[in-house]
Design a protein around this ligand. Structure first.
Ligand SMILES: [Zn+2]
Ligand SMILES: [Zn+2]
Length: 284
């Protein structure tokens, strides 16, 4: 794992190095690097950075070992390095996305295989987050090795998959700043743990829990609207528990990004739902 400098090259040069593995290269909004090893597990990282990638300096221990490497863009070029080297060593598929920092990860355009599970390397420190893209067994397996933290977002949040996902801390700190560095001891420890986790779990299929089923159940029993959380004028329709206001919004407003809204609308369009039902809702 001594190739940090290599991974701090310009995006253009890196992409040129991997040109045989670039998908949709002509379209910057969708392009990504994918190395297919015919594996059941996928490793993910992102090539875009907030500051221009640049190596700054190293700090060594008294015995001369590299303790910290200071560099701009370790988020997520360090992740690219770790994901790439681990995919070579463990024979996992590799997906390097772009535009993660603007929350438009090009991973969302990748047609994913049916993986056993997916690991991203895009996190500071030494914990793991799953963004609820998990199930009980997957979380239990992770907790044998790491603390599970909470986090807002990464490429895996935008992947079109039902496989459980994890984002592994790789020892960097101050991700987006000029002071960012990686603690080499933490990075190495995280990699060692991950290799053990991988050996133990690579053949196990972890499918995400469908969280909304649990929510549905709760809301049916609490009389709470699944969309706004309100308690007024809540009724169940097409298996959803929804208040009159949200029903009207869903049916006549923008579909937006909320899955439930669009699927409610689809169900309504596919059913023999008719004006009478519609009016009974609107008219109250
Ligand atoms: Zn990142
Ligand atoms: Zn970031």
């Amino acid at each position: 794992m001594n190739n940090i400098k290599y991974w701090l090259k310009s995006k253009k040069k890196l992409i040129a190095d991997f040109q045989n593995f670039v998908l949709e290269g002509e379209n910057p909004g969708r392009s990504r690097i994918f190395i297919d090893k015919g594996a059941d597990v996928l490793f993910v990282a992102h090539i875009d950075t907030v500051l221009k990638p640049e190596y700054i300096r190293q700090r060594r221990t008294r015995s001369g070992k590299v303790k910290r490497v200071y560099a701009h863009g370790l988020d997520d070029r360090l992740g690219c390095m770790v994901a790439y080297e681990l995919s070579e060593r463990l024979n996992a598929d590799l997906l390097i996305c772009d535009n993660e920092e603007s929350r438009k990860s090009t991973g969302q355009y990748h047609d994913l295989k049916d993986y056993n599970w997916i690991a991203e390397f895009d996190r500071a420190g030494d914990d793991v987050v799953t963004y609820e893209l998990d199930n009980k067994l997957f979380l239990t397996a992770i907790k044998n090795y790491w603390d599970v933290g909470i986090g807002p977002f990464s490429d895996i949040s935008q992947l079109e998959t039902t496989a459980c996902c994890m984002n592994v801390g790789i020892g960097y700190e101050f991700a987006h700043s000029r002071d960012s560095y990686v603690d080499m001891q933490i990075m190495k420890r995280q990699i060692r743990r991950f290799v053990q986790f991988y050996q133990e779990n690579k053949d196990i299929k972890y499918v995400q829990d469908v969280k909304s089923l649990v929510d549905d159940w709760d809301s049916l029993h609490s009389g709470q609207c699944e969309l706004c959380g309100g308690f007024t004028n809540v009724e169940s329709i097409f298996d959803y528990c929804i208040c009159r206001g949200c029903f009207v919004d869903s049916f006549y407003g923008d579909i937006g990004t909320y899955d439930l809204r669009s699927s409610l609308r689809e169900d309504a369009e596919n059913s023999d739902f008719n004006k009478t039902t519609e009016n009974s809702y609107i008219g109250g």
